[in-house]
Design a protein around this ligand. Structure first.
Ligand code: NAP
Length: 292
């Protein structure tokens, strides 16, 4: 299949590489030449802008940052819509607000382009291994067209519902992972400040009801003090903001998500925004009188 890919960062680069490995014909565009180069070296062809990708691709994928970025590449100058390719399936795999995804879908629909929101979970490790969880919103016909591409990038691929449903699932995912990473950091900081080896505490907890992938993977990285992203803290702040905005619109009480969102605000305010979200441990240490 001819696939166009936009956004070749921590997640997009390995996802695009897996599409090449899957035997697809890949064409890429990135705003910075150095982001595009590793894909060109691996056998992809480069385009001058998103419109040029849209002219040639059957499926076009974006993996950028937030809603304004998706709007820019899909609907802006030299964007996907400006190519006028009816029948194209455009898939955004970034994490953005469900309402923004629905808006982009209806504006693309006016240009004859079918749009799927298909955010992912599984992190850089899952992107490299091709084992992401992919949560899809949009029409069944578009989902069926994009499925061979999804199969190269992910293992658990769920068509959740209509347009925006994938982003609702991802926001729910970020409630669990955001609260989860804060919880694990609290537990390990509690152990350390109680004078007990947090590595031994983690080991003990892994065998019981406190087990989680977050305790296993992120907990180990906290112990190693490996704060290299991964998943940047400002991205998790963005995601908690998506959750809280939706909660506000719906009149929902989300007390744990609200507290977690405040912690991610404080991370960005403390200069930790470019570090991995597990650096929330450092913030807790500082708030508890430690060095952080
Ligand atoms: P990243 O490393 O910062 O990569 C984002 C890429 O998007 C960059 O290569 C950037 O281009 C490009 N980009 C951003 N805005 C753009 C615009 N307006 N026009 C053109 N290109 C643009 O971020 P990431 O970690 O891969 O995350 C990407 C998305 O996946 C985000 O929505 C994030 O929330 C989501 N996500 C991330 C993870 C994770 O663990 N990292 C997990 C699940 C979901 P340049 O290279 O030119 O700067």
């Amino acid at each position: 299949m001819r696939i166009g890919f936009i956004g070749l960062g921590i997640m997009g680069r390995p996802m695009a590489l897996n599409l090449l490995r899957g035997g697809h014909q890949l064409m890429v565009w990135a705003r910075r030449a150095e982001s595009m180069q590793p894909l060109l070296d691996a056998g992809a062809t480069g385009a001058a802008n998103p419109a040029e990708l849209a002219e040639q691709a059957e499926v076009l994928i974006s993996m950028v940052a937030d809603a304004p970025d998706v709007e820019q590449v899909m609907l802006g100058e030299n964007g996907v819509a400006s190519a006028g390719r009816t029948g194209l399936v455009a898939v955004d795999m970034s994490t953005i607000r469900p309402a923004a995804a629905r808006g982009i879908a209806s504006r693309l629909q006016a240009s004859g382009i079918d749009f799927l929101d298909a955010p992912v979970s599984g992190g850089e490790v899952g992107a490299v291994a091709g084992t992401l969880s992919i949560m899809v919103g949009g029409s069944t016909a578009a989902f069926d067209t994009a499925r061979p591409a999804f199969a190269c990038m992910g293992r658990n691929i769920v068509h959740v519902g209509d347009s925006g449903a994938g982003q609702v699932a991802k926001a729910a995912n970020q409630i669990v992972t955001g609260v989860g990473v804060l919880t694990v950091a609290e537990a390990l900081n509690f152990a350390a400040r109680s004078g007990v080896d947090p590595a031994r505490v983690r080991e003990a907890l892994l065998g019981g009801f406190a087990y989680s992938k977050i305790l296993e993977n992120h907990g180990q990285r906290m112990l190693d003090r490996n704060f290299k992203p991964g998943f940047k803290s400002w991205m998790h702040q963005k995601d908690m903001n998506i959750v809280m905005q939706s909660a506000h619109e719906l009149g929902l009480c989300l007390p744990l998500a609200a507290a977690t969102a405040q912690m991610f605000n404080a991370m960005v305010g403390s200069g930790l925004g470019e570090e991995d979200s597990i650096a929330i441990l450092k913030l807790l240490e500082r708030l508890s009188g430690g060095e952080g």
